[in-house]
Design a protein around this ligand. Sequence first.
Ligand code: NAD
Ligand SMILES: O=C(O)C(=O)C[C@@H](O)[C@H](O)[C@H](O)COP(=O)(O)O
Ligand code: ZN
Length: 380
Amino acid sequence: MTAPLKHSASITVDVALGDRAYDIVIGRDVLQSLGERVAALRPGVRTAIVTDRTVARHWLEPAEASLAAAGVPTSRIVVEEGEGSKSYATLTQVSEALIAAKIERNDLVIALGGGVVGDLAGFAAAILRRGVDFVQVPTSLLAQVDSSVGGKTGINSPQGKNLIGAFHQPVLVIADTSVLDTLSPRQFRAGYAEVAKYGILGDEAFFAWLEQNHADIFAGGAGREHAIATSCRAKAGVVSRDERETGERALLNLGHTFGHALEAATGFSDRLFHGEGVSVGMVLAAEFSAQLGMISSDDAARIARHLSAVGLPTRLQDIAGFTQEGLADADALLALMAQDKKVKRGKLTFILLEAVGRAVIANNVEPQLVRDFLQAKLKA
Ligand SMILES: NC(=O)c1ccc[n+]([C@@H]2O[C@H](COP(=O)([O-])OP(=O)(O)OC[C@H]3O[C@@H](n4cnc5c(N)ncnc54)[C@H](O)[C@@H]3O)[C@@H](O)[C@H]2O)c1
Ligand SMILES: O=C(O)C(=O)C[C@@H](O)[C@H](O)[C@H](O)COP(=O)(O)O
Ligand SMILES: [Zn+2]
């Protein structure tokens, strides 16, 4: 794999899902084409933009201006930023606002924001009038490489991540890489964990490229678009082969069984962003795989080394308030994992690693093994 030498105009990745196929358009300033693309896709459509307060401050006006220039009517629904908005209360707020805006079955919801807004607005669209189409305009790195693609939408339950939701594919994804210039460094890093995930789970050459080129990605060089497009291609491939996670798609959950439990244990708060939980979770999955004799300890250490090199948390002890109740408790974490959506007939499923670039689905993982592993890690 070679790095591109300069920024490309824009890159389009196709998500091949038959009559529900859609494009992911990636590039600097592609937000300006939102109105034109929406008008071409759905002539005469009305739209409602769902966004959060922070994203609204930076990017709502440019999005509205693009729609207005193309003659597309729109209204705005602004929610509070943060994971707390993937809640029943905010779903009610958004649904009622969409109904009040008279968004009809053939209209469009536009999710302008990070993964929180995308998951929330996508789910509201999935259930509004039994299903309205939606467009993803991802504004965080995480959303551009992962959450805007593939149609998983939903909200959290106090009992666990994404436990209420629906598969509902967007009809278009517009990923403007210049909007990432206003993202905080901590949020950018959190999103990077999902980029690294694609290398770790299925593409050793991409992981090696990331090891060499991560500084360029963080600095906003041409490597950034390359990393986003490579991630989107990887996800689009998996989703087109296994849309509803009956098999291969579960690989995209690498690090998430641990990560989601850690997010729940920290109350879905700023103590641990999703991508940070995935980073710790991927290192735990690698170390657990090494303990089971599946991956070499050198490969497991290589994964931890790279995530740590970009400033991501890699150990349970790196999480703020580590010693607080619920987090430093293997049984409490195991109880949270029991709500994972990959659980089958009460048995835990983990995504484990045989090498960097080779993840496997392990059904029937013995809870006692996980408990002992976690207890050792909590003392380490
Ligand atoms: N559906 C999926 O397939 C999928 C995949 C991965 C993650 N997720 C979900 O995505 C969520 C995490 O997404 P996230 O990391 O984007 O979090 P987020 O949506 O909370 O966004 C992170 C923060 O950055 C701010 N922000 C976003 N874009 C910005 C910009 N351009 N400039 C300035 N600030 C900006 C937001 O206001 C927010 O405060 C989690 O709920 C996770 O479960 C879903
Ligand atoms: O798209 C998928 O499939 C993923 O698993 C991507 C994950 O990064 C994402 O966090 C997803 O929301 C997790 O799904 P869940 O089914 O475990 O809630
Ligand atoms: Zn994720």
